[in-house]
Design a protein around this ligand. Structure first.
Ligand code: AMP
Ligand code: MG
Length: 493
């Protein structure tokens, strides 16, 4: 027997769910796999042999050409609202879940190949992914993780040696995506729309056991699940807002029940702050604009709550219970947002007026088109009069109004017990210096498409420590020059 050097200890709980949850099928082999990125740190966390995975045998697994003995490859089925329109069946059209691994901390992760070929859910798609979007997801998902925001991760990117046809002909690639789970609001919607209450309860029990075990101890475990998902979403979206992240396609099928950021497509970060910013080329109506994200998340959790109705109790009671739960979303979101804004502003005690203080800074930034990331980072150096005003004021055309805000904030800081040094240090942990700015992401992807991965790797490295600010990387904090601004991002599907 051939010696197997690459070992995966998969344990495939989702594949063991009833047949109507998925389709069992292997990835479609590709012509000439070539490993272009590998995440050694993540491999280590997952207890994988990083060296073995980079051998030809390992790469053939990452390309879907070889199936590890313990894998049980499946495509998951789901439905969803896309841009508000109901689609009764979606599912993994180009992703294959190889299996689940338990990491060093005992956490279970899905190992999925994105771009692994056609499945029964591909509809008109080719089941493949292009190198550009694969690299975009790779770098943005790793940057989100380094920012401390729950996110799927990237273990590897492999080119396939095949071409994919989009608006143009592009090199094909496969991303090995790692996530706490891939159950979506749309997965619940799929079974709810078919009135398959038995499947709904199997799915809900599965999610409780895997992601929200505390819910199983509650009297109404399904209500506890609903509450937990609502809370996780409120927290997640607040975290996005704190760093200026725009997901771009917040369809219910792209909303993870585990509360992680998943399905990176035409996502982007704000440079200058405008709540109405839309960068996705497919979001014509601006449904998923930066400032709409909390409202959309609320809309999505209402869809989730509707799915759970048959499990929550008798008809009228269930509706009332669900209504109560979803009505909490705006308050939960606002309190998560405010907590994060307090951290960003160096405030540790709660005081009346803090919400207004944070909101008025946002209004000033919007009016001036101030750079979101750099404004907050500059505040870290401007906690005391006579310090850091110059570089901060540069961002604001409305200088009088900004000066008044600055004075108000500084006097608010006087009411805090923290000493200034500790405050500055904590503010620096809440206000990143580095975010994946669009123009940089585009630039390194373009270089990679020409075969030069060095700029991609440098940017990945810079983004891996976003709260530090080594002098040699200072230029990565710069907003784009007018000619560098990226006006639209593409999902490339
Ligand atoms: P997304 O907007 O990338 O989250 O995808 C929405 C739906 O389209 C999902 O069901 C995907 O699996 C499917 N899909 C996206 N791209 C492709 C593709 N190239 N081939 C087949 N299915 C795809
Ligand atoms: Mg999706």
């Amino acid at each position: 027997m051939e010696a197997q050097i690459v070992t995966f200890l998969f344990d495939n709980t989702y594949a063991r769910l009833p047949d109507r949850f998925h389709t069992r099928l292997p990835p479609t082999p590709v012509k000439a796999p070539n490993l272009v990125q590998f995440n050694t740190g993540l491999a280590g966390e997952l207890g994988l042999d990083a060296e073995a995975l980079q051998t030809p045998e390992g790469v053939s697994i990452l390309a879907g050409n070889k199936i590890p003995a313990t894998a049980d490859p499946i495509a998951m089925v789901y439905a969803g609202h896309q841009f508000g329109h109901w689609v009764s069946r979606l599912g993994d059209g180009r992703a294959i879940l190889l299996g689940e691994l338990i990491d060093r901390n005992g956490v279970r992760y899905d190992i999925q190949l994105k771009g692994a070929g056609r499945t029964p859910y591909s509809r008109t798609g080719d089941g493949r992914a292009a190198l550009g979007p694969v690299l975009r997801e790779y770098i943005v998902s790793e940057a989100m993780t380094a920012l401390g925001i729950p996110s799927s991760r990237a273990l590897a990117a492999v080119t396939t040696g095949e071409r994919v046809f989009r608006e143009t002909i592009l090199p094909g690639a496969i991303l090995t995506r790692v996530a706490k789970g891939h159950v979506r609001v749309g997965t619940f919607q799929y079974f709810a729309s078919r009135q398959d209450t038995e499947a709904l309860s199997v799915l809900a029990d599965y999610v409780i056991a895997r992601h929200y075990p505390a819910a199983s101890e509650k009297k109404n475990g399904y209500l506890a699940l609903l509450d937990a998902v609502i809370e996780a979403q409120a927290e997640l979206i607040a975290r996005w807002m704190h760093v200026g992240f725009i997901h771009g396609v917040m369809n219910t099928d792209n909303m993870s029940i585990a509360g992680e950021t998943i399905d990176y497509g035409p996502c982007a970060f704000l440079d200058d702050y405008h709540p109405g910013t839309v960068l996705s080329s497919v979001d014509q109506g601006g449904r998923y604009a930066y400032g709409n994200q909390p409202t959309i998340a609320h809309w999505n959790v209402i869809r989730f709550a509707q799915c759970l109705l048959p499990l929550l109790g008798r008809e009228d009671a269930a509706v009332a219970i669900a209504q109560d739960a979803v009505n909490k979303f705006p308050r939960l979101y606002q309190s998560a947002w405010l907590a994060g804004m307090r951290d960003k502003l160096g405030l540790h005690i709660d005081q009346e007026g803090d919400l207004e203080l944070a909101e008025s800074l946002c209004k000033l930034m919007a009016a001036a088109g101030a750079d979101f990331t750099n404004t907050f980072r500059a505040l870290c150096d401007a906690t005391r009069p006579g310090h850091g005003e110059a570089s901060l004021r540069e961002n604001f055309s409305n200088k009088g109004a900004f000066d008044a805000w600055l004075a108000r904030w500084r006097s608010r800081l006087q009411t805090e017990p923290t000493d200034d040094e500790a405050r500055v240090a904590s503010m620096r942990r809440a206000n990143p210096a580095f975010i994946p700015r669009n123009h940089r992401v585009e630039e390194v992807i373009q270089a990679a498409m020409r075969g030069d991965f060095a700029p991609f790797e440098t940017l990945l490295h810079v983004l891996s420590r976003p709260y530090e600010e080594p002098a040699d990387y200072a230029h990565y904090t710069k907003p784009p020059k007018p000619e560098e601004v990226v006006h639209a991002t593409f999902c490339g599907t």
